[in-house]
Design a protein around this ligand. Structure first.
Ligand code: ZN
Length: 502
């Protein structure tokens, strides 16, 4: 009997490995498309990607996979084998609950929406995008019903990115964040000295030297170039094809230091997670980060808690100033630290600071929940957007391009994705706090430009586990508590209180 179950497990693992290979091949095609593919490749590439997607979906949902999963019995996630089965079952159920027709329809609707969203954003023409959004929302509501949920249709969508997350719990998290962050923002705005604190980051920062500096920084973090590479792309991302090949991309701006510098650290944070997954999980459902939120906690930890800290720049600022002496020669370390930590309400999410960022996401969360449940119509969305921007940030977007049309997510059908950014910020501080508690020497190491103890703690408590634990389980194991906004709010208040003399 035991032997029989072993062989069922081996057969299932083999099957899942093939599915994983198909997905990795698809990812590699995506990477190529974003980096080096000539424009003429678009149509052929779309076919290749569709073929690989179809094959992977067929293999995951066919009778043979079902037979092996049925024969495996109820998974016991306390073992590695059980955890793998649990993830496989989850993938299988999500894939089979959605009718193939609906999946194809969502792909078609978002493929049609995307170019019109690009034009709509360029021309600030909401009417061009609105009918697409209506259609996508209808399909996503249908998907939520097919997937099933206990409390709210949004939960079914959220679960795709953050297993186990629920709208009701997110509402509590966002309420706590709003109550903590709003007074901080108002206090900083009220002080308003009108200085352009971020000015030192603009100037002639040669791209080649930016790249070299960024590479030195992430090498010190522990990014392994034998198992990775860095290229340029319009939208930076991290992608992996197993733990042995984890790539990042960066966008360089020769007149502005911030995007590539912090973008490189951010993507390297994602990459360190993937490079740290237990190699024996490769080609299984456990190989890879456990959720978008936990993934984002890793990128934000390196970008913000390390990369925007005084400790880090006490080591690196003299080096940076030497590299860019003609632009930074007159800027001292204190001014530079202020420039990379400006708190200022603005229209655009991706340019927002650590504090106001939370409200950009809260606004999107509230609006997308209302859209999904039907309490807000697409026609009323731009006005609702602007009034929330005014309420939370005191900013009214100058037009819809700088408002409701700024993000691609809804055009891509990614409802339930935005909250994972804030989950990541909150968790980044919670994880960092646990690492510091275990290793009080981390700040001292950071001041000398070394990070092995921090990386070691992350490897041991987060990275190596891949998808073995669901996010709630991982957070509890690593920090001894469930997700907690208190340390995050304390971090923001301390940091920005000191910066702005509050
Ligand atoms: Zn990220």
């Amino acid at each position: 009997m035991a032997r029989e179950r072993d062989s069922v497990y081996e057969l299932l693992k083999n099957r899942l490995a093939t599915i994983s290979d198909l997905r990795s091949a698809k990812s590699l095609l995506f990477w190529d498309q974003q980096t080096y593919m000539p424009g003429g490749g678009v149509a052929g590439r779309a076919e290749q990607v569709a073929t690989l997607s179809r094959l992977a979906h067929q293999m995951l949902t066919d009778d043979e996979t079902k037979g092996l999963l049925d024969a495996s019995g109820e998974p016991d996630p306390s073992s590695e084998e059980g955890a793998l089965l649990r993830r496989a079952l989850r993938d299988y159920e999500r894939a089979t609950k959605l009718p193939a027709e609906l999946v194809a329809e969502i792909s078609r609707a978002t493929a049609l929406a995307e170019p019109d969203w690009v034009t709509a954003r360029e021309e600030s023409d909401w009417r061009l995008f609105a009918p697409h959004l209506e259609r996508i929302l209808d399909l996503k509501r249908e998907a939520a019903e097919a997937l099933g949920y206990e409390d709210h249709p949004y939960d079914a969508l959220l679960d795709a990115y953050e297993p186990g997350a629920e709208k009701a719990r997110l509402e509590v998290m966002f309420k706590e964040l709003k109550e903590g962050v709003l007074p901080l923002i108002r206090a900083v705005v009220a002080k308003g000295d009108g200085k352009d604190r971020a000015a030192p980051l603009k100037g002639a920062f040669g791209e080649a030297r930016q790249e070299e500096f960024g590479r030195a920084v992430i090498s010190a973090f522990g990014y392994d170039w034998e198992r990775g590479r860095q290229d340029s792309s319009v939208h930076p991302f991290c992608i992996n094809f197993g733990p042995g090949d984890v790539r990042i991309t960066t966008r360089f701006d020769g007149g502005w230091l911030a995007p590539a510098l912090f973008g490189t650290m951010h993507e390297a944070g994602h990459a360190l997670y993937e490079q740290g997954v237990d190699p024996s999980y490769a080609r299984t459902p456990l190989g890879g980060g456990t959720s978008m939120g936990v993934h984002e906690s890793q990128s934000r930890l390196w970008e913000n808690l390390v990369g925007r800290s005084r400790a880090f720049w006490s080591h690196y600022y003299p080096k940076l100033r030497e590299v860019f002496s003609e632009v930074l020669g007159e800027i001292d370390a204190r001014e530079f630290y202020g420039a990379i930590n400006v708190l200022e309400p603005s229209e655009i999410r991706v340019e927002a600071d650590e504090v106001t960022y939370n409200l950009h996401i809260l606004l999107r969360f509230e609006l997308e929940v209302a859209l999904i449940e039907g309490s807000l119509s697409v026609a009323d969305l731009p006005a609702a957007w602007n009034s929330k921007m005014e309420e939370y940030l005191g900013v009214i977007p100058k037009n819809d391009s700088a408002g409701v049309l700024q993000d691609i997510h809804w055009a891509d059908g990614l409802f339930g994705y935005f909250p994972t950014y804030v989950i990541g910020s909150v968790l980044s501080v919670q994880f960092f706090g646990a690492a510091l508690k275990a290793h009080p020497e981390i700040p001292e190491e950071t001041r000398s430009g070394r990070f092995p103890t921090l990386l070691g703690w992350l490897r041991e408590n987060i990275h190596r586990h891949g998808s073995r634990y669901y996010p709630d389980e991982l957070v509890e194991r690593a920090t001894g508590r469930p997700l907690d906004t208190a340390p995050y709010l304390r971090y923001l208040e301390d940091k920005f209180g000191e910066l702005y003399d509050l």
